[in-house]
Design a binder for this molecule. Structure first.
Ligand code: GLV
Ligand code: MG
Length: 352
């Protein structure tokens, strides 16, 4: 910790008198997909009850993809959708406009005033450094105190500028209000000057050409590479080091379900816990990718049963288990229990 950081006791103190205590550990929530809805669209709002049951998180989007002329209607639509529905275990998030936009201040003040006790997480776009998080952190504490909000509203940063990637560790460490981060490949590509026009996914020209074989005239395989590997890895390290959650963001080609699944799975294998769903077909893909595998859950249960107090060493199917694999098994079984509560079919497959 450098000299400019808050002391540990101050770090966990509320930033306004009367604001709720910051969390010391994040609430345990299932967040396989963050499902984006445009809150200015009444037809979509009218179908929310069914959607709330289907997804882990509903996010009312106020930022990009909402036309400038609809920003106020979208904000009001989000406030009504927050008030009118019971979300149960489904998270309610909003993506506000970025801090230098003409809408951000009203987004924050009106949403906390009118729906502060319903909102779990505010997604903050285009975060460039810890200063953006500190600003929102302080403002939220003041508003929570003024409007008697009982639980701290968490902040989820979108990692989507070159400067944000440079400062990713400081962003992760900025506040106990930090929930996690999502990779925003569209804005990040623009900010970095990448020569693409896509929202996530690969690019056929980003590839490695295999060496020529014996027949110099034979066509050489060209292996497409993952454009996002470096950034996802950097984000996962920063998040996990500070105990917050990493997510992959949007995948824009709604027709290419296989490529979406592949992008989600690469991020899952690298450590991400979920991704955004921008289209209903992406909800099922996220469930498939980010729910633990039934065979793995079964094996994890056997480890927990074989080591009731979590210590010592046992052999299961010829594989050594000890305190460390017990902890991995517990992560999987805990996740499977959360999935089973939301998703009874998977619960049956898990034997839970
Ligand atoms: C998401 O906001 C992105 O820019 O990819
Ligand atoms: Mg963006």
């Amino acid at each position: 910790m450098d000299n400019a950081s808050r002391t540990p006791s101050k770090f966990y103190a509320p930033l306004a008198i009367g604001a709720p205590e910051p969390y010391r550990a994040l609430p345990v929530r299932l967040e396989r997909m963050i499902h984006f809805v445009p809150p200015h669209n009444e037809k979509i709002r009218s179908k929310l009850d069914g959607m709330i049951k289907k997804v882990d998180v509903i996010l009312g989007n106020l930022e990009d993809a909402i036309p400038a002329s609809d920003k106020e209607v979208a904000r009001a639509g989000f406030i009504s959708m927050a008030k009118e529905h019971d979300y149960g275990q489904t998270g309610l998030w909003t993506r506000i406009n970025c801090l230098n936009s003409p809408w951000a201040l009203d987004d924050i003040t009106q949403i906390v005033a009118e729906a502060g006790n319903k909102v779990d997480v505010i997604m903050l776009p285009k975060v460039e450094g810890p200063w953006d998080v500190h600003y929102l952190d302080q403002l939220l504490a003041q508003l929570e105190a003024a409007h008697k909000v009982e639980r701290p509203i968490l902040i989820h940063a979108i990692l989507e500028t070159a400067e944000g990637v440079k400062n990713v560790e400081a962003i992760a460490a900025a506040s106990p209000r930090m929930h996690g981060m999502s990779l925003g490949p569209a804005d990040l590509a623009a900010s970095r000057g990448m020569k693409t026009t896509r929202v996530g996914g690969g690019h056929p020209d980003y590839a490695v050409l295999a060496d020529p074989g014996e027949d110099a005239a034979a066509p050489r395989p060209n292996y497409q590479q993952d454009l996002w590997h470096y950034t996802v890895g950097k984000m996962v390290d920063a998040c996990m080091a500070y105990g917050i959650k990493p997510f992959y963001g949007p995948f824009g080609d709604f027709a290419d379900l296989a490529a979406c699944e592949n992008q989600f799975r690469n991020s899952f294998l690298q450590g991400c816990l979920g991704a955004w769903s921008l289209h209903p077909t992406q909800i099922e893909i996220a469930k498939k990718v980010f729910s633990p595998d039934a065979a793995e859950v079964d094996f994890a249960k056997r480890i927990l049963e074989a080591m009731p107090d979590g210590t010592g060493a046992v052999m299961i199917d010829g594989k050594m288990q000890d305190d460390a694999t017990w902890k991995q098994a517990k992560v999987i079984v805990d996740l499977a229990k959360l999935v089973a509560e939301k998703d009874p079919e998977r619960g049956v497959a898990y034997g839970l």
